[in-house]
Write a protein that binds this ligand. Structure first.
Ligand code: HEM
Length: 488
């Protein structure tokens, strides 16, 4: 009896302490609208059941129901869900919101403390090292090798012509992996010749990550370790890490342990990082984490966005005709695009921007608030988390007329002039934005131009609203990608 009393008293004290620590969060968030938050679990009841697509739908619905700003408790964690451009501008440029949320720990088994998930202390040092490897001088060397890999993609797609709709993302993903290999790693990976579908492998893992974020039971390591999802994670980890170690070994052989004395501002990503490792400025673990991060971040995002672009062109033949006309005029029938051609492909660029608007690769991202952040009319308290809802922002009627209409001319300079710069954020913003955005735009432009020059693509999907989405961390269509290819 005595022991039970001690136990109950300890529980009571723990509960008091728990709520006392959160008192300020309760107080400041009291008036913010949001879904029904139950004691202890908050709104986690909304995500107890269902697959990733159903959970994603319910999560996105919260942004629809409470535009601009909403409050949601997930167990003990308080979230401010934000979609108002003025708020986003403050948050993305604030020093107290650079830290990624604890939930990013679920991608750590594969990418460790690479740039996307690293704590701010590590992130600052690594971003400083890596940023010059994405400067314009380095990128200028890439168009030739990108074209070679896209030519290979075209050969593979040629074999799929006139067969009805196929899953083109499989091919585009393998091509994107080989492009990352040949450009930023300077190593051949051979995904396009290997016969493996990396898009399936990535999808499986990202679904695991997504389920871990929303299902409270999956957040406990010992429960998770018994699940089928944990086995999938181990298998993906084995495949990706084997690939990464192989890439690093190849690069070490290339460098031959001879430290190059060239200008650091001209060195591609992996050359610089391996040299930093050989110079003891990066540990092997840090090097591997960054290679894993860039392999995934550099290929899956480009591949998914590239696949959405082609799907949208297949759905909008008039836009496809206009893009084809531009590409034919600037590049002619066969010539591979050069660096000088890229700024001339203006309509192609607008198509890519509009595709990224309706299908932003990262539908939402999340940060931790380390000091109170003043949004003007609201204070987000220290200790809360902020979810930035890019998908909702990009599809909000408040900022985009007829948001589900695919209209690349929204991005004509005269049509963009009065738009708040934080209404279009596919690459996020501020100092923790996407480090690969210029590179990504280059890859997508070359790929789109070259593929459309060779093929007419057709989709049976009638409207953007018909594409059900699932948010496996990277935004994907719930029913997969489908597109028909015909030779021009
Ligand atoms: C269409 C293509 C892409 C899209 C839509 C995209 C989108 C994003 C977004 C939204 C973020 C912020 C994520 C967050 O705050 O959690 C991000 C970060 C990042 N992206 Fe991209 N990305 C793309 C392509 C790439 C490419 C090609 C690379 C690498 C070659 C890359 C590497 C990264 C890295 C390393 C970060 C973390 C940056 C940091 O925290 O300092 N991304 N990306």
């Amino acid at each position: 009896m005595f022991l039970l009393l001690v136990f109950l008293s300890l529980c009571f004290i723990w509960c008091l302490q728990f709520h006392w620590k959160r008192f300020r969060l309760y107080k400041l968030s009291r008036k913010i609208p949001g879904p029904l938050n139950l004691p202890l679990i908050g709104c986690a009841h909304l995500f107890f059941t269902g697959n990733a697509a159903e959970i994603a739908k319910r999560f996105m619905q919260m942004f629809d129901d409470y535009p601009d700003l909403a409050k949601a408790w997930m167990g003990p964690e308080l979230y401010y869900l934000i979609t108002k451009p003025e708020y986003l501008e403050v948050v993305l440029n604030h020093n107290a919101t650079l830290e990624k949320m604890d939930l990013y720990k679920f991608i750590r088994p594969i990418v460790g403390d690479g740039l996307i998930s690293s704590p701010v202390k590590v992130w600052k040092r690594h971003r400083k090292i890596i940023a010059p490897t994405f400067n314009q001088k380095v990128l200028n060397e890439f168009p030739g090798v990108i074209c070679e890999q896209v030519n290979f993609l075209i050969e593979l797609l040629r074999k799929e012509c006139d067969k009805g709709e196929i899953d083109h993302c499989r091919y585009v993903t393998n091509c994107a992996i080989d492009i990352v290999g040949e450009t930023i790693f300077g190593v051949s990976i051979g995904a396009q010749t290997g016969g493996k579908s990396y898009s399936l492998i990535f999808d499986k893992w990202m679904e695991v990550v997504f389920m871990r974020i929303f299902r409270l039971d999956y957040q406990f390591e010992w429960i998770f370790s018994w699940t089928k999802a944990s086995k999938i994670q181990e298998e993906v980890k084995r495949i990706i890490h084997t690939m990464t170690r192989d890439i690093i070994e190849k690069k070490k052989e290339q460098i031959g342990c001879q430290l190059e004395a060239d200008d650091e501002k001209k060195k591609p990503f992996l050359n610089l990082l391996v040299e930093k490792h050989l110079n003891n400025e990066l540990t092997l673990q840090e090097l591997e984490d960054e290679v894993n991060t860039f392999l995934l971040a550099g290929s899956d995002t480009n591949a998914t966005s590239g696949s959405f672009i082609l799907t949208l062109l297949g759905m909008h033949q008039d836009v496809q005709d206009k893009l084809y006309e531009e590409v034919s005029k600037i590049l002619g029938p066969e010539r591979p695009p050069t660096l000088d051609d890229l700024p001339k492909l203006k309509y192609t660029e607008r198509v890519i921007k509009e595709s990224l608007r309706v299908f932003p690769g990262a539908p939402f991202v999340a940060r931790v608030v380390e000091e109170d952040v003043n949004l003007g009319d609201v204070i987000v308290p220290k200790g809360a988390n902020i979810g930035l809802g890019y998908l909702h922002l990009h599809r909000s009627e408040k900022y985009w007329k007829e948001p589900l209409k695919f209209d690349p001319d929204r991005f004509l300079p005269e049509n963009s002039i009065n738009r708040h710069p934080y209404t279009w954020l596919p690459f996020s913003g501020g100092s923790r934005n996407c480090i690969g955005w210029k590179y990504g735009m280059m890859v997508m432009k070359i790929m789109t131009a070259m593929v459309i020059r060779k093929f007419r693509v057709k989709s049976s999907i009638k409207s953007i609203g018909d594409i059900e989405l699932t948010a496996n961390v990277v935004l994907k269509p719930k029913n997969g990608f489908r597109l028909a290819f015909e030779m021009r």
